[in-house]
Design a protein around this ligand. Structure first.
Ligand code: PLP
Length: 394
């Protein structure tokens, strides 16, 4: 039985999978079992923020694994406390952190904080959470309901929890707010929805309005967080102060971790929320190592250089191949090329794989790029050389 047969027989088939068998990664280069190399512009959907085989990360993990991988949250966990402090300091916000294991779980935590805030801060219960169309907030039954895409709310999984509504635009959010609204949950750059950023002024105006109404602003930074947009948080780039922020993808460099942080530190008390694995020695050690790698790169302006260089490459592609792509979209190292059709999108992604460069889809017609934050100029050059080869016949 080969690997593909084994996967098909024993793994539930919830993904449309490619069967390239990767066996090693170095930086932003992946190698398959036949020795073919690929430039990784996907980084496991924005997860491998420090690339593959990063020495700081792997050394920290090996060292920690030899000592303690896990105890429980009934004991204090030193790397957890350190990581919480580090995240809070880098964010510049006066917040407290709860650790979970994934983006969806971080968002569940955010929704729980909002619901309890709605229960305790007003003389009557406020519970409604407004989200945006084309958003993506996760795959649990609640976060799938929070996701503003009808196709996700199939009757197969109903009934869903109540209290979510979806708006087309920020302007519509104002109209949708009523006296049961407790929070607005938003991605500053919609990732899965098509790498679409919101306007800074629009977001700042919304943040100010919500604040004046004591309604919570929850920013889902599961994809945008940890330097993905060039700042530690997209919220920093937008110069807003959310009530609640969620993180996950890039934080552990590939080790599962999620985090929800809030300035309303008093809302959750003992027993309100918990997680068996959340914030254990291994995942928070990973988080610390990732930040140890990325923070100096940010301070030295290297992340800025990388994102400018990457964006230039994309602009060159758009002007040279304007029969395939409408425009470049996104922010920082969260980028997309808006293809002129879904067919083009599909063919680009397929050809890229055979030319040895990995890219992602987003929305209906966007080719998405989420390279590791540590990607080198050489790897970017090589990746785009292959990308051009992949699209030149289209
Ligand atoms: C990926 C993603 C999630 C879900 O994260 P999981 O770790 O898959 O649960 C939630 N929100 C956003 C914005 C994401 O990009």
């Amino acid at each position: 039985m080969n690997l593909e047969e084994q996967d098909k027989q024993y793994v539930l088939q919830t993904y449309t999978r490619d069967y390239t068998n990767f066996v090693k990664g170095v930086g932003s280069t992946l190698y398959d079992d036949k020795g073919k190399d690929y430039i990784d512009f996907a980084s496991g959907i924005g997860v491998n923020s420090v690339g593959h085989g990063n020495e700081t990360l792997t050394a920290a993990l090996c060292e920690q694994a030899k000592n303690i991988i896990h105890i429980s949250n009934l004991q204090v966990i030193e790397p957890q406390a350190k990581l919480a402090q580090k995240i809070v300091e880098l964010s510049g916000y006066d917040m407290g952190v709860f650790f979970a294991n994934s983006g969806a779980e971080a968002n569940e935590g955010a929704i729980k904080i909002a619901r309890k805030y709605g229960e305790t801060k007003f003389d009557y219960k406020r519970f409604k959470v407004i989200t945006l169309e084309h958003s993506f907030h996760g795959r649990t039954i609640t976060t799938v309901k929070a996701t503003g895409q009808e196709s996700f709310h199939t009757p197969n999984f109903s009934p869903y929890p109540d209290g979510f509504s979806y708006e087309k635009s920020i302007e519509d959010v104002y109209k949708a707010i009523d006296d049961e609204t407790v929070a607005v949950l938003i991605e500053l750059v919609q990732g899965e929805g098509g790498v679409q950023p919101f306007e800074k002024e629009e977001i700042q105006k919304l943040a100010a309005h919500l604040k004046s109404e004591a309604i919570l602003l929850i920013v889902d930074e599961v994809q945008t967080g940890v330097y993905r947009t060039g700042e530690f948080l997209a919220s920093n780039l937008y110069e807003i102060e959310p009530d609640i922020i969620t993180l996950a993808k890039g934080l552990g460099g590939g080790v599962p971790i999620g985090a929800v942080m809030t300035k309303h530190k008093e809302i959750l008390s003992a027993g309100d929320h918990g997680s068996t694995f959340g914030g254990n020695y291994l995942s928070t050690t990973a988080g610390l190592a990732v930040l140890d790698v990325l923070h100096p790169l940010y301070d030295n302006g290297i992340i800025d250089e990388t994102l400018v260089y990457f964006s230039q490459k994309l602009q060159e592609i758009v002007s040279k191949y304007n029969h395939l792509f409408e425009k470049e979209v996104g922010l920082g190292l969260m980028r997309g090329l808006r293809a002129k059709s879904a067919d083009i999108q599909g063919n680009v992604i397929k050809n890229c794989m055979s030319e040895g460069v990995i890219v992602l889809k987003a929305g209906r017609n966007t080719v998405r790029f989420l390279p590791s934050i540590t990607i080198s100029k050489n790897e970017i050059d090589e990746g785009f050389k292959r990308f051009e080869k992949a699209i030149s016949s289209l």
